[in-house]
Design a protein. Structure first.
Length: 285
């Protein structure tokens, strides 16, 4: 968390907010969150521009004017907050004000643009990171990601291959970023519920029809979540600090001990693939 729909929402917002703006200043408050030497990181950003913003799985890729790439992974609690400074007058003097009270104590990298707008990288748990890489390094990183929902290579033929001869449980497969990029704990549970299949099922024992249903529901759930600007369950907010609306549509995730919206059976929570996992014992088989 954030997962593919949240990161895609952030990417689309940032395209409107920071593209082609000259970077004036960079502040690093916690070097551990930057996977480059501080001086290298700052030197290659100041005076540069972000000319495109891409994404693979949960990884945001800022394409820089100097042919380098700024990677940003939000991990569990990371946030990218964009703030356009406004002027306020106090006692006859004008000051730049931040209407959303950013930066805060969890702001560890600040990118200031020439128009005085700022991009804040916040991370309460400090598992996220930023890193500047070259094209060769980026291509190597991309090879570690599996097929991604809603992209051209996300075909049923490619999807079906992932299930062949796998002796793992369904939840573990859906969370494996080297097989399927972008799905995390929330959407894995929701996809399983929508397909009416328990996340505990052994992958190689699923029928072809069940595999097909999982494929269709994955595309559907991810599209719906993007349309609702993601799910805010704990820390996720978009670039303007707004929460995602898909939380209202969750069927099982985070609803342990609540009644299933379909059959009224109590939603069960177990630990599976190292993660809290929610399902309906009646609707899912």
């Amino acid at each position: 968390m954030p997962e593919l729909p949240e990161v895609e929402t952030i990417r689309r917002d940032l395209i409107k907010q920071v593209l082609n703006k000259k970077i004036k200043k960079v502040i690093i408050k916690k070097s551990r969150l930057v996977k480059n030497p501080d001086n290298f990181f700052i030197k290659n950003l100041v005076g540069n521009k972000i000319v495109a913003i891409d994404r693979i799985g949960k990884l945001i890729i800022f394409v820089l004017q100097n042919k380098l790439y700024l990677l940003t992974h939000l991990k569990m609690t990371g946030q990218l907050i964009y703030v356009k400074k406004k002027m306020r007058t106090v006692g006859g003097h004008s000051y730049k004000s931040d209407p959303m009270n950013y930066p805060n104590k969890y702001t560890y990298v600040v990118i200031e643009f020439a128009d005085n707008s700022n991009l804040y990288f916040n991370d309460m748990r400090t598992f996220g990171y930023m890193q500047i890489v070259n094209e060769k390094e980026l291509e190597l990183i991309k090879t570690k990601f599996g097929i991604e929902p809603l992209t051209k290579n996300f075909t049923f033929a490619n999807w079906e291959k992932l299930f062949s001869n796998k002796k793992t449980n369904l939840k573990a497969l859906l969370l494996n970023q080297q097989l399927i990029a972008g799905i995390g704990n929330i959407y894995a549970d929701e996809i399983c519920f929508a397909a009416k299949i328990r996340p505990t099922r052994q992958v190689n024992k699923l029928t072809k029809q069940e595999v097909k249903e999982l494929f269709n529901q994955t595309k559907k759930i991810i599209r719906q979540a993007i349309a609702k600007r993601g799910t805010t369950f704990n820390n996720y907010v978009d670039t303007l600090g707004r929460t995602g609306n898909f939380v209202k549509h969750l069927q099982v995730y985070g609803r342990n001990n609540d009644k299933c919206k379909i059959c009224q059976t109590t939603i069960k929570k177990i630990k599976l693939a190292g993660r809290g996992t929610h399902f309906c014992p009646q609707c899912q088989v």
